[in-house]
Design a protein around this ligand. Structure first.
Ligand SMILES: COc1ccc(C(=O)NC2CCC2)cc1-c1cc(C(C)=O)n2cccnc12
Length: 121
């Protein structure tokens, strides 16, 4: 749409950087800060087809690879779901992913995004 094309002031980028900063604060142990590898998580790359982590999401924000908050939200949900697929429910990683997902959904909720839009216009 015209709006997306005219976002030359990088308003979407500002929103996504604000959202990522707030979400990443919740990852106190840094479990989601960079890609999981097969050394720390045996067999990870054969179990998880579409890995995702905050550092990858940040590069995508910087390279304008997200055209909407919804696209960003999809990567966030993917990252949390990967952790709840590879790790068993009793593990710290599964529990942190579940907590992160819930707090992310609150921050990325409709009304929060509407307020953000209102404040930006
Ligand atoms: C970037 O990923 C990580 C970085 C650091 C650590 C880590 O500090 N682990 C120590 C806490 C007990 C060992 C774990 C992880 C890690 C994330 C994950 C995820 C997100 O599934 N994971 C799964 C199994 C084993 N380790 C991990």
């Amino acid at each position: 749409s015209a709006a997306v094309k005219e976002d030359e002031h990088g308003i979407l980028k500002q929103c996504l950087l604000y959202i990522q900063k707030n979400l990443q604060k919740k990852d106190v142990n840094g479990f989601f800060a960079y890609p999981v590898n097969d050394v720390i998580a045996p067999g990870y790359s054969s179990i998880i087809q579409h890995p995702m982590d905050f550092s990858t999401m940040l590069s995508k924000i910087e390279n304008d690879e997200y055209r909407s908050v919804l696209e960003y939200k999809k990567d966030f949900v993917l990252m949390c779901n990967n952790a709840m697929t590879y790790n068993r429910p009793e593990t710290i990683y599964y529990k942190e992913a579940k907590k992160l997902l819930h707090s992310g959904m609150k921050l990325l909720s409709k009304e929060k995004l509407l307020n953000m839009k209102r404040n930006l216009v």
